[in-house]
Design a binder for this molecule. Structure first.
Ligand code: SF4
Ligand code: SF4
Length: 151
C-alpha cells in the first residue's frame, strides 16, 4: 500500500500534527499520548491481530482531547503503531484515518525548489521546538506562515 509522505513528518522526533484535531493544549496532548501508551502496553507489535484489537478499541472519531487514541510514545519519539514503517510494511491505518493526507505546509513544501526546502528545514531547526510544539505549529501552519512572510 502506498501512502503520501513528507520529510516534514519525520522531523523533531516525529510530527503528530494531523493525528487529531482541535487540540486543547500541549499538556493535554502529552497526557493523551501517555494514556494511549499505557493502553498499548503488552500489545505485541508483530501481531496484526493484537494491533487491530488495539486500534478497534475505539472508533476513529473517538479522540482523546483531540488526539487519536492510536498515537503512542517510546523513548521520546511519537509514532503510530499501525503505520507500515512500524510493522514490516503492513498498513493497518486504512479506514481509520486518511493515509494520504498532507497538511498545507507539507503540500506547499513539496512544490518548492530544493534550495527553498533547505532554507525551510534550517528555519525549523533554528526554532528548537520539541515534538509537540512542532506538531502544533505544523497543524496550524504557523511555521509556514512565518517563513513565507520573510521568504
Ligand atoms: S501535520 Fe503535516 S508534517 Fe505533520 S505529520 Fe501531518 S502531514 Fe506530516
Ligand atoms: S491512526 Fe495513526 S496515523 Fe492515523 S491519526 Fe491515528 S495515530 Fe495518526
Amino acid at each position: 500500500m502506498v501512502y503520501t509522505k513528507s520529510i516534514l513528518c519525520q522531523l523533531n522526533g516525529g510530527c503528530m500534527g494531523c493525528c487529531g484535531h482541535s487540540f486543547v493544549s500541549k499538556k493535554k496532548i502529552e497526557e493523551a499520548i501517555k494514556k494511549n501508551t499505557l493502553e498499548f502496553m503488552g500489545v505485541d507489535l508483530r501481531s496484526e491481530e493484537e494491533l487491530i484489537e488495539f486500534r478497534d478499541r475505539a472508533l476513529p472519531r473517538d479522540l482523546r482531547d483531540g488526539v487519536c487514541r492510536n498515537l503512542i510514545e517510546k523513548e521520546g519519539k511519537i509514532f503510530c503503531p499501525l503505520h507500515p514503517e512500524q510493522n514490516d510494511g503492513r498498513e493497518l491505518r486504512t479506514g481509520h484515518c486518511d493515509i494520504n493526507y498532507l497538511c498545507r505546509t507539507a503540500r506547499e513544501f513539496l512544490s518548492w525548489s530544493e534550495e527553498k526546502q533547505e532554507r525551510f528545514l534550517k528555519f525549523i531547526d533554528s526554532k528548537k521546538l520539541d515534538n509537540i510544539e512542532y506538531s502544533m505549529k505544523m497543524n496550524d501552519n504557523s511555521l509556514f506562515m512565518e517563513f513565507t512572510e520573510i521568504n
